[in-house]
Design a binder for this molecule. Structure first.
Ligand SMILES: [Zn+2]
Length: 177
């Protein structure tokens, strides 16, 4: 079980002397990042963009997407803006995103094999959010536009879109609105 490894690592970690309590209540750079949950971004996105512990709030989901007007991602963004006093939003997508052209049929099949009831899978409306984008760039721009059009986000808040190349680590600035 991976949890055992994690707890062992944690015992070593907490014994280390260099760890200090973190007092800052708000992100130092007044920045909130929305990015993908991809495992390859772990310990990669932050150094690639010069983000250190305490600098920014980071929200992750599958494919850095925002669907609808009232959902967990948007709620977290609003917490970042109105509670943590963030002043800018950066949407960071990446090359080779697993959410691009996802095969909803195979996905559904795996759920069925896991014993999930078909009716429950139908209720998920997979086609509406899984495999819903053709290109990472298009998806980032779409997410930025959705946020720009949100009635809950003030027009003064700059919203940026970046594409991070997993191979080279370089970031392409796609849009700022
Ligand atoms: Zn991704």
């Amino acid at each position: 079980m991976i949890i055992k490894e994690m707890l062992e690592a944690n015992r070593r970690f907490s014994r280390e002397s260099g760890i200090k309590t973190f007092e800052a209540k708000k992100p130092r750079k007044s920045l909130v990042i929305l990015t993908c949950m991809d495992h390859r971004l772990v310990d990669f996105l932050e150094p690639a963009l010069g983000i250190a512990r305490g600098d920014a709030a980071v929200i992750k989901n599958a494919g850095n997407t925002v669907a609808g007007e009232n959902n967990d991602v948007l709620r977290s963004l609003l917490v970042a803006l109105y509670l943590l006093e963030c002043k800018e939003i950066v949407v960071v997508g990446h090359t080779g995103c697993g959410m691009k052209k996802t095969n909803t049929g195979q996905f559904k099949e795996k759920m069925l094999q896991a014993g999930i009831k078909e009716q429950n899978i139908e209720n998920l409306e997979l086609d509406n959010w899984l495999g819903s984008f053709e290109s990472e760039k298009g998806n980032i721009i779409d997410t930025v536009e959705r946020l720009r059009n949100s009635k809950y986000i003030a027009k003064e808040v700059p919203i940026h879109g970046l594409l991070l190349d997993l191979g080279t680590g370089s970031a392409e600035h796609l849009v700022t609105v």
